[in-house]
Design a protein around this ligand. Structure first.
Ligand code: UD1
Length: 326
């Protein structure tokens, strides 16, 4: 048995590949290297350069490597970019996922784990978001992912196929062993940008919007450590292999931090003031996204081990300081 990890050379995918090989799994990492980095893939995994939506390729890999599960990370992830280029997001997220699901069904892979997102929720209030709330994505990115959840739901009804869609909240931090981390110099994530600023590689951090209906006027997110996210996937894999029912689960801690609180955490960790600039709101950004995480804790017995904003920031900074200056 082997696990196919699409987007295996990307930020989260490369952590997943290490997490799986650490657990003794055979792994095939598939990545078209559009944003991924070959050097981040664990040496003991098989690496294939190719597209997750290439049905013939995926069917061949399933047969050659006896793949019994697919974890699908590959995709585009930047909310404001999706507002400017919606069709690119529907192509790269929705269409690719459709073809990958078809390849899974056609080649008899019954276990599928999908990277969904908290942005399927509208995020209008500070209420914890539970999976049974009506979805209401406000960006093409969120819609492109929600459509994939629907394709999975319909496919699980129609075929011999089960899935877990994990709705990630804001993933940050890096492998505690220092083997991989967020490596794209063009990444837009708040904690990544804050690290670049703290290291003097970017002159200041933009604070996008200070008039949100939140306590300090900046956007609130539920930041989770990438290692806890990888652990959730490993549990979901075991759950599906044991015959667990298909479903959608939030993956967040259930605690929100504002942009200003992230800046304060970075200042505590470095002992220095972070240069910031007040900037207008970014297109497509909801004010609040905080998980109700009861379902994943109860169903998968997920117990996060890194639930501490300062440690998440410290971990991201340790990785960033290992990267060469751009
Ligand atoms: C992130 C993920 C998305 C995921 C979602 C789940 C990325 C690129 N996007 O989106 O894939 O599905 O979480 O919730 O990882 N901000 C600033 N200054 C900056 C950058 C961001 O003020 O330089 C603010 C944003 O306006 C927002 C918050 O920080 O309020 C988080 O932004 P960001 O890290 O870009 O993530 P999301 O857009 O929430």
């Amino acid at each position: 048995m082997a696990v196919l990890v699409t987007g295996g050379a990307g930020y989260i995918g490369s952590h997943m590949v290490f997490g799986l090989v650490d657990r003794g799994e055979k792994v095939v990492a598939l990545d078209n290297l559009s944003t991924g980095n070959r050097g981040l893939v664990a040496e003991s995994a098989d690496f294939i350069e190719g597209d997750a939506g290439d049905r013939e390729l995926v069917c061949r890999l399933v047969a050659e490597h006896a793949i019994d599960a697919i974890i699908h990370f590959a995709g585009s992830i930047i909310v404001p970019e999706s507002v400017e280029q919606p069709l690119a997001y529907y192509a790269n997220n929705t269409v690719v996922a459709r073809n990958l699901i078809e390849a899974a069904v056609r080649s008899g892979v019954r276990n599928f784990i999908f990277s969904s997102t908290a942005t399927v929720y509208a995020g209008e209030s500070d209420k914890l978001l539970s999976e049974d709330l009506p979805a209401g994505p406000i960006s093409p990115y969120g819609r492109s992912k929600l459509m994939t959840e629907w394709m999975l739901e319909d496919s699980a009804r129609a075929y011999d196929f089960r899935y877990v869609a994990l709705r990630y909240f804001n993933v940050a931090g890096a492998d505690p062993k220092g083997r991989t981390g967020q490596s794209s110099p063009r990444a837009t994530h708040l904690i990544k940008r804050a690290c670049q600023v703290a290291l003097g590689r970017v002159p200041h951090l933009d604070v996008f919007g200070r008039d949100y209906p939140t306590p300090d006027g900046t956007g609130v997110r539920d930041y989770i450590h990438v290692s806890d996210l990888v652990a959730a996937h490993a549990l979901a894999l075991g759950y599906l292999r044991d015959g667990g029912a298909a479903g959608v689960m939030n993956c967040g801690y259930g605690r929100g931090s504002s942009v200003r609180e992230v800046i304060a955490a970075m200042e505590r960790v470095t002992g220095r003031t972070l240069p910031v600039k007040e900037s207008p709101r970014r297109a497509g950004d909801p004010p609040w996204l905080i998980a109700d995480s009861r379902l994943i804790r109860a169903t998968l017995n997920w117990r996060p081990a890194h639930d501490d904003l300062d440690n998440i920031v410290r971990s991201a900074l340790a990785w960033e300081s290992k990267l060469n200056s751009p």
